[in-house]
Design a protein around this ligand. Structure first.
Ligand code: FSO
Ligand code: SF4
Length: 556
């Protein structure tokens, strides 16, 4: 196996990347190898899909399936070898279908076909043992030793960024948002990556193009969420349990949450959000359910403790899942969509009666704890409503700086940086936050500046789109570029969604972003220097020192 896609990848004095029998996340070598084979199989689908598009032939079902399936290869999503194997077999069927269509169209147009890409040349045996022999040929760092490390690093940056984009595309598709133009560009990029590109500047441009494409995907996702569930409104959410039977919903899929809320109505079951599901409480079409009672727990890495303590059923609608057998709750957790863990019940359709039955069979919370509320819900519309007051307070000198401290949480000790940073920003600054990294500080009381809360929770990591809208609005008011604003982005990355959001910000010209808790291990020191030079990308160091640097530049 070889996998280096997340922040907790194994790094020793001699090697970088998870390359033993199991990754740090618990992904087995078999699953990792099958996922790499799946990526190549998807690149073969994209090869034929790209040719089909030249003849105005497309297959929406295959396009949608491609994104969804690619999502299964992100960190902490699918650990089930049989499910991945099944996806590879489906890829074979889709490729053959598109190949036939492409060949027929080319013959009719009297065109010759381009040479097969590396991934399209590959034969994908049906038998698992035979299939697994392909793995060394499709490792995402294939060619290591023969080609420059920078090339491998950039290929990884692009493919991991594209994984993040695929995940957001799937989230948008669940909410009935789809774009054929984005599909065409996705297949083209996937096809390029399936043909082992070696040109450094082409790969760098490709990565930035992935970021730019993801901006459109985030825009679509925002449209899907707000069209179906309404615009989030600032909302107080209780973070303490209430006595009674309960279901905990984790991941990013609001549609699943709504199905659960509908199906639990009148059944005496309280529904709680977990992790990235927290922003759900602010959407009118979700907050209207009185049995959506609160948020339980914190970020994904604490789930083995927190889920073990949750006395009800748990539904994991998307990332981030970790070994449920370690915490003795594997018999009351359910996976959805692309999520999978062998031995855990996977729900295929929209019937949650098994979850309800499980919740009713559990003890539920015995006592109601003293309430503790946090305020959320400052996504695009609410942010824009607050923007004039923020502008006024900036002009009056009452708000000197805006920090965006957001992104993923994770296990590493260095992540206390983000707690330190949030706690230490001066009282005349406000903090925007998003993603699951905020659980490190979102229960603290930050107070307000003349009525504007000092901690403004924008939502999920993809709500970076809302933050971008605010930054653009501020820049317009102050008649300056976004990089001239008293605004600093301090991002925490863990997995591939964060990679693509970083690429999106870079594609929009954002400079001087602080990234941590460490630079991605797949980037060489030379590539890091290139990113530092081109985008003034900064590695986080010590919160106090970084803060001093940020505020000095701001004062100048
Ligand atoms: Fe976190 Fe996981 Fe948003 Fe990610 S729950 S780590 S970037 O999947 O989704 O912040
Ligand atoms: Fe290692 Fe992360 Fe890959 Fe898991 S996802 S195998 S921890 S690099």
């Amino acid at each position: 196996m070889f996998c280096i896609q997340c922040e907790q990848t194994i790094i020793t004095s001699t090697t970088k990347g998870c390359s033993y029998t199991k990754g740090m996340c618990g992904k087995t070598a078999e699953v990792s190898d099958l996922q790499d084979i799946l990526v190549a199989a998807l690149q073969r689908v994209s090869f034929w899909a790209s040719i089909c598009h030249q003849y105005q032939i497309s297959d929406r079902a295959v396009d949608r399936w491609s994104f969804q399936t690619f999502f299964a290869t992100l960190t902490n999503v699918n650990f089930d070898p049989e499910r991945i194997l099944n996806y590879i077999q489906q890829a074979d069927i889709h490729s053959l279908k598109l190949e036939q269509l492409a060949k027929a169209a080319a013959i009719q147009a009297n065109h010759s076909l381009p040479p097969l890409s590396y991934a399209a040349q590959m034969q994908y045996p049906k038998n698992k043992e035979e299939l697994l022999k392909l793995a060394p040929n499709v490792f995402l760092n294939r060619g290591k030793g023969d080609i420059e490390d920078d090339v491998i690093g950039l290929r990884l940056l692009a493919i991991y960024g594209l994984k993040g984009l695929a995940a957001y595309m799937e989230h948008a598709a669940v909410l009935e948002q789809f774009s054929d133009e984005i599909c065409i560009e996705y297949h083209q990029i996937m096809n390029v990556l399936g043909n082992n590109p070696t040109d450094i500047s082409e790969l760098l441009d490709l990565s930035i193009a992935i970021g730019a494409l993801n901006y459109k995907v985030m825009e679509m996702l925002d449209a899907g969420e707000t069209t179906i569930f309404g615009h989030p409104v600032p909302t107080q959410v209780n973070t303490k349990p209430i006595s009674g039977k309960c279901i905990l919903v984790s991941g990013h899929d609001f549609k699943d949450l709504r199905l659960i809320l509908e199906q639990t109505q009148g059944k005496g079951i309280n529904v709680y959000t977990h992790g990235e599901m927290l922003p759900a409480h602010a959407y009118p079409e979700l907050k209207k359910y009185p049995h959506l009672v609160g948020n339980f727990g914190s970020a994904w890495q604490n789930q083995q403790n927190e889920f073990a303590q949750f006395p009800g059923a748990i539904v994991m609608t998307s990332n981030c899942l970790i070994n449920p057998f370690a915490g003795r709750y594997a018999d009351r957790i359910f996976t959805r969509s692309i999520v999978g863990w062998p031995g855990v019940v996977h729900l295929e359709n929209d019937d949650f009666s098994a979850v309800i039955e499980c919740a009713l069979n559990q003890s539920g919370f015995k006592h109601t704890e003293l309430e503790h509320y946090i305020t959320i819900g400052f996504a695009r519309n609410a942010l824009m409503n607050v923007a004039p007051t923020v502008i006024e307070q900036i002009k009056a000198g009452n708000i000197k700086h805006v920090f965006l401290i957001g992104g993923c949480d994770g296990i590493s000790d260095e992540r206390h940086y983000y707690t330190d940073m949030a706690s230490q920003v001066p009282q005349d600054s406000i903090i925007l936050t998003l993603g699951c990294g905020k659980y490190r500080f979102n229960k603290q009381n930050f107070g307000d500046i003349n009525g504007i809360p000092r901690l403004i929770d924008i939502g999920q990591c993809n709500d970076a789109y809302s933050a971008i809208q605010l930054a653009l609005a501020l820049a317009e008011t102050f008649e300056c570029g976004v990089n001239e604003l008293p605004l600093t982005l301090v991002l925490s990355w863990f997995e591939q969604k964060a990679i693509v959001i970083l690429l999106t910000l870079l594609s929009l010209g954002a400079k001087g972003i602080y990234t941590g808790p460490s630079m991605p291990a797949f980037l060489t020191s030379n590539l890091i220097s290139i990113l530092q030079k081109e985008f003034d990308l900064k590695a986080t160091t010590d919160a106090k020192e970084d803060l001093a640097r940020i505020l000095t530049v701001n004062a100048a």
